[in-house]
Structure formats: C-alpha cells, structure tokens
Design a protein around this ligand. Sequence first.
Ligand code: HEM
Ligand SMILES: *[C@@H]1O[C@H](CO)[C@@H](O)[C@H](O)[C@H]1NC(C)=O
Ligand SMILES: *[C@@H]1O[C@H](CO)[C@@H](O)[C@H](O)[C@H]1NC(C)=O
Length: 298
Amino acid sequence: MYTSALASSLLILVSTTSALSLLPRTDSCPKVWSTVLPELQIAFAGCGRDAHGAIRAPFHDCINNGCDGSLILTDECSRAESAGLSDICGKLLSWTQKYNTSAADMIEFAAAVAISSCPLGPRVRALVGRKDSREAAPLNSIPGSRDSISSILDKFKAKGFSGDDVVALMGTHSVAVQVNDDPAQAGKSLDSTPSIYDLKFYQETLDGTAPYTLQSDRGLANNTETQKKWKEFADGDTSAWITAFTDAWNRFAVIGNDVGSLQDCSGIIPSGASERRLAKRLGSSAAARAFVRRLYDS
Ligand code: HEM
Ligand SMILES: *[C@@H]1O[C@H](CO)[C@@H](O)[C@H](O)[C@H]1NC(C)=O
Ligand SMILES: *[C@@H]1O[C@H](CO)[C@@H](O)[C@H](O)[C@H]1NC(C)=O
C-alpha cells in the first residue's frame, strides 16, 4: 500500500520532470556570469539611472526583432525612438566586450540584476545562451508614447502579449525618470518613488498625481481592454502583480529565442526581495501589508 503510493508519487515526479524538459537546463550556468554579477550590482546599487536604463533596454532590444542584442550591436540605440538609452547601451556593450558574452544575454542578465537591485523588485528568470544578430530592426517598430493604444497593443500582440501582459510589464515604469518624452520637464519621474519597485505608479497614473505621466500610460489606464487590470494593480494587489509581471517578463526576455536551448542563471542572482519574504511571513492581512509598506516606503 505504502510502497505503491510511493511508487505512484515517484511516477508523478518522473512524468512531471519529463514534462519540464521543455524548460531550460538549470544544471549549468556558465561561470562567466558569476564574474559579471558583482560589477553589475555595483552599477545598479540604489536603483538609480543605470538600473532604470538596464530595465528599459530589453523593451527596445526584444519587441522589434527579438532579444538578439541588435539594440547595442547596430545603430538601433542611437535612433530617436530609443532616446535616453545611449549611456546604458554604451555600458552594456562594454560589459559584453569585457566579459566576451553575447550582447543579447548581457542585456537580459543586466536587467534581471537591475530588477533585483531595486527595493521590492520581483525575482525574474535569468536565462543565457541567446544568439546575437547584427541586423538592425526596421525603424519605428517600437511602440511610442504618443501612438494610439490600439497600435501599441497590436505591436505587443504580434509577439504574443495580451493587454493584461502589457499592463503588468508597464510596472517597470515604477522605476522610471523621463528626460526625452518632454525635454521641458526632463528629470520628472513616472511615479513619486522612482527608486522603489512598488505599485504606486499605477495608482498615481490613474489619479493624475504622478510627477509625470506618459500619454500611453494614461491611455492604458483608461482603455476598455486594459483598465480593469490597471485598477487591480492600482488598488495594491501586490501578489497578483508579481505573478503577472514575472510571467510576462520571463516570456518577454526570450522573444525570438529557443527557450529549450538556454541555460538558467537565475540561481546566482541574490533575491533583492527580502521585504517580500518578510511580507509573506507576516501574512496577507491588511495590517501586515500596511506594516511592510510603511517599512519600505519611508
Ligand atoms: C507601451 C509601451 C511603452 C512605451 C510607449 C514606453 C515609453 C517610455 C518612455 C517615453 C520613457 C521615457 C524615456 C525618456 O524620456 O528618457 C520610458 C522610460 C522607461 N521605460 Fe518604457 N515604454 C513602454 C514599455 C516599457 C517596457 C515594456 C519596459 C520594460 C521592459 C519599459 C521600461 C522603461 C523604464 C525602466 C524606463 C525608465 C528609463 C529611465 O529612467 O532612464 N517600458 N518608457
Ligand atoms: C569569446 O567567445 C567566443 C564565442 O563564445 C570564442 O570563440 C572566443 O574564443 C572567445 N574569445 C576570447 C578572447 O575568450
Ligand atoms: C484617457 O486617456 C486619454 C489619453 O491620454 C486622455 O486624453 C483622456 O482624457 C482620458 N480619459 C479619462 C476619462 O481619464
């Protein structure tokens, strides 16, 4: 009886394991990434400008012709549509050369480290093994802040991302400062806490109390397809956002790549989210949430 129960749970384990063979290999993270890590952590400490840029770079590398490094290997980064990224592109390229990695991997690994360097930043997967391309994406294939919401959503849909995914990914604008969207207001952040990866961005965008709001974010906050999710995150449903964000991010970071051929380096990135663990331990009561929020928002 006991043995057969054990045998059947082993069977479940074995079949689950083989079902997981579509996932990347976790056994072998190339050693170079442990060498890269500390330099990135120093650059991103405090969740400032470089961290913000590193979190934005995957958007511009991946949404057009896949996560292939072409953002920094071609003229893509110097285009008007990538305004604001030139400093971080230069740094990502120099790290790529210094450590002899693929540019596409450097962009994604750096973003994962940057997210973990921002207080409250969720833990995303860090896969490596992408192939680089020196072919630039067509011009204007990145959604712009003054595009219509339907054209923005269409560009994401073309890559397999729903309206809900887009709303979740936009949480990155919680750690954002605009300089080029309206140069007359350069330096204004997209929420009141640009060095904390919190959900205030959604609420302040909705309320109109953010220091600066992109037209696209205002539109997503009140578009019929996206407003429900936006409101849910604005209302502070942190665990729903973490689940939605990490799921969307993990798919975004491998656009155009064969996931089964990648290797998993997630394990070497320390979890920046110790406060999330604290929140988990304290439970999900309103009082516990308020306590953790006070602790980290001050
Ligand atoms: C609807 C799609 C999106 C639009 C129209 C958009 C537009 C913008 C604009 C105009 C800025 C300000 C840049 C500047 O003035 O220097 C910005 C900043 C930023 N975006 Fe987005 N974005 C979108 C989606 C995303 C996604 C998917 C990510 C992450 C993968 C992302 C991450 C960031 C970050 C982190 C910043 C702050 C950069 C900094 O402070 O230097 N954005 N975005
Ligand atoms: C850099 O990496 C490439 C491909 O992974 C390899 O062929 C080359 O020998 C490496 N160069 C150095 C200097 O290590
Ligand atoms: C919705 O967003 C659009 C786009 O920015 C804006 O013009 C409009 O005033 C907003 N409508 C409401 C009801 O907030």
